[in-house]
Write a protein of this length. Structure first.
Length: 277
């Protein structure tokens, strides 16, 4: 007899490497009466790997509302349903909010099966601290993008975005306009064979000459105080590189932060950037 309660399960799936799925996620997908998938063809790659043969229901942004009656009917019958996205945690920049609110309205139980998330993965790798604002996909039009970035520029946290790789140069041009003095971390193909990471100051970031593929997760460091914008970072970075040859990162951070009267986080980021050079 299943130990899982009846209701809707929000199940996180791998963001790239299929081996990152959790044991609990596999169990709930195996016993689900129906699995709601953003793209059934894509989800079958994961489900087939773990021999999960349950019935799939196509559930995406174009049919969310149309699917409600059928999904609620299944829940009324006491079925166990799981919602998965193409990658990572459902609902975050993916379909799901509508069905969740409908479940709340109809008093159906909702459960989380946490796991992989490109947001937390990128933030943990960026080295910008643990306070961040997740925005999701940025607007595609020039006018709406300018409005959004202007508002985000006043936020005191790191910023996390999803960006289609094909549009990266379009967004870089706007990042340079609004996020002067900040650093950027670009994650591509996380956990996959060709995973690649780019770290650079936005001021020195160049446009990509070759076309990137897939979706990118971008983290932009927190806003730097105005009095720090005139700091000669090239000079400081050269000093950091010199000190790293003889001292630990911890020692360099302590020494340089006091010497230059800069936040330790700025020196630390320079250390991480240049540690392997």
């Amino acid at each position: 007899m299943s130990s899982f309660k009846k209701g809707l399960y929000i199940v996180s799936t791998p963001i790239g490497n299929l081996d990152d799925i959790t044991f609990r996620a596999i169990k709930i997908l195996q016993i689900s009466d129906f699995i709601l998938c953003e793209d059934t063809r894509h989800s079958l790659k994961l489900l087939n790997k773990f021999n999960i043969k349950n019935k799939l229901i196509s559930y995406h942004k174009f049919n969310e509302k149309k699917s409600l009656i059928k999904i609620i009917q299944y829940l009324n019958e006491g079925k166990i349903l799981s919602l998965i996205s193409d990658a990572g945690t459902p609902v975050l920049s993916d379909p799901g909010n509508i069905i969740i609110n409908e479940c709340i309205k109809n008093k159906h139980q909702i459960f989380t099966v946490p796991g992989p998330s490109s947001v937390s993965a990128a933030v943990s790798l960026a080295g910008f601290g643990d306070k961040f604002l997740f925005y999701g996909f940025l607007p595609k039009t020039e006018n709406e993008l300018n409005k959004s970035l202007k508002k985000l520029d006043i936020e005191g946290f790191s910023l996390v975005f999803f960006v289609p790789a094909i549009k990266i140069n379009f967004y870089i041009k706007h990042f340079k306009k609004y996020f002067t003095g900040r650093n950027i971390f670009i994650a591509r193909e996380m956990t996959k064979k060709y995973e690649t990471y780019y770290r650079q100051s936005i001021d020195n970031l160049s446009l990509f000459k070759t076309q990137l593929k897939g979706e990118l997760t971008i983290v932009i460091s927190q806003k730097i105080k105005k009095e720090l914008l005139n700091t000669d970072y090239v000079k400081i970075e050269n000093q950091v590189i010199k000190y790293l040859k003889n001292y630990t990162v911890k020692d360099v951070v302590e020494l340089m932060s006091k010497k230059e009267n800069l936040p330790k986080k700025i020196i630390y980021n320079l250390c991480i950037k240049n540690k392997k050079k």
